[in-house]
Design a binder for this molecule. Structure first.
Ligand SMILES: [Zn+2]
Length: 357
């Protein structure tokens, strides 16, 4: 028997509502489905690590894709940033055969700690391509479908006790719910989960949602205009700019004068400024890895530099995430366990302890 947990990257509830998903519905009929809370900032690393550890950022230490570490900007992309074990590693440590299949190498390094056999679609090992063939590129719309095919092939050929599969959000970043590309992506996810159900219990959750964004606010320039010494770090920033152009709905501001910085951002449209203590309390963040301020966008607003002219606000056209508005995520559990937060998804198939959050 294989227990499978899937992290469906960027599967906003709107996508499920717009597409027929017969296999998802069948699992939901015997089990449970609904919408639960993801973590804020609503980013892949923050949430994927929350999911695989079953813990909040207070415990994981992963509060963004990038944070300021002693004044240096560091990309959170390997397990040294993790402050606790994953459920995967703990289960492997107890002697279980645990396999993790993820889209990118950065995630493989984050979740492939301990005795976990981990592979990515970006640089798949030979044993995996022998089973399922070569993957499309990780920026291909078919990369998620390939990962689910790979999961089915691995369940069939290797019969692991636990299988974790994490897909990519390249499709929802580019395509709105109900479009042909989105329909094909959602149908492939549903179909893959249906096939995995044949090997044992299945639970799935998204890491974050996705919304159309049409306004950009240049936080760093507004702070410079007001002569507030500060460093602005966009939480979404990583090496993979193709999806989201590093524009998302959350930023950390590091400054010795939070009051002045807050005042400088007061009139920025679609912008909410939260101090560190409030942010850590509200979103269960690790204060050592949270800016002096957390800046959050409304549903349509992202943060990033406007390189031309003197405008501090301009129009953009993209789909992205990071804010509170991409926090709601769908879950599915063949076991019938109700899931209130995405960090509970491993517990929904009986893995990990319940007192760890
Ligand atoms: Zn994601």
């Amino acid at each position: 028997m294989t227990r499978t947990v899937a992290c469906l990257d960027g599967l906003d509830p709107d996508y499920l509502a717009a597409t027929a998903t017969p296999e998802w519905d069948t699992i939901a009929e015997e089990g449970a489905t609904g919408v639960c809370d993801g973590l804020v900032p609503s980013l892949t690393n923050v949430n994927n690590v929350g999911i695989v550890t079953g813990r909040h950022p207070t415990k994981t230490g992963v509060t963004a894709n990038t944070f300021l570490d002693d004044g240096d900007r560091v990309y959170v992309e390997d397990a040294r940033f993790l402050r606790c074990w994953t459920v995967l590693a703990e289960t492997a440590d107890e002697g279980a055969d645990v396999i993790a299949l993820v889209a990118k190498e950065k995630l493989r390094r984050l979740v492939g700690d301990g005795g976990v056999v981990a592979a990515s679609a970006q640089e798949p090992p030979r044993w995996l391509t022998d089973l399922v063939g070569d993957p499309p590129g990780i920026y291909s719309g078919d990369a998620s479908a390939w990962l689910l095919d790979a999961a089915v092939a691995v369940a069939d050929a290797r019969d692991p006790d636990v299988l974790y599969v994490s897909t990519t959000d390249v499709v929802p970043h580019k395509h709105a719910p109900g479009t042909d590309a989105a329909d094909a992506w959602v149908a492939a996810l549903s179909d893959g989960l249906g096939r995995l159900r044949e090997f044992g219990p299945v639970a799935a959750v998204a890491d974050h949602g996705m919304n159309h964004k049409d306004r950009r606010v240049d936080v760093a320039a507004l702070l410079a205009d007001a002569a507030v010494p500060a460093e602005t770090v966009r939480c979404i920033r990583d090496r993979h700019v193709y999806h989201h152009q590093n524009l998302g709905g959350a930023a950390y501001v590091y400054t010795d004068d939070p009051a002045a910085a807050t005042e400088a951002l007061e009139d920025a449209p679609g912008t909410e400024v939260v101090d560190r203590a409030t942010a850590c309390d509200r979103f269960r963040l690790d204060p050592e890895r949270t800016g002096d301020l957390l800046v959050l966008g409304d549903e349509r607003t992202v943060f990033g530099p406007i390189n031309e002219g003197d405008d501090r606000v301009d129009r953009v056209n993209l789909r992205s995430h990071g804010s509170i508005h991409e926090r709601d995520v769908p879950f599915l559990a063949s076991t019938g366990e109700e899931v209130a937060e995405s960090v509970e998804i491993f517990a929904a198939v009986g893995l990990g302890s319940s007192d760890q959050t």
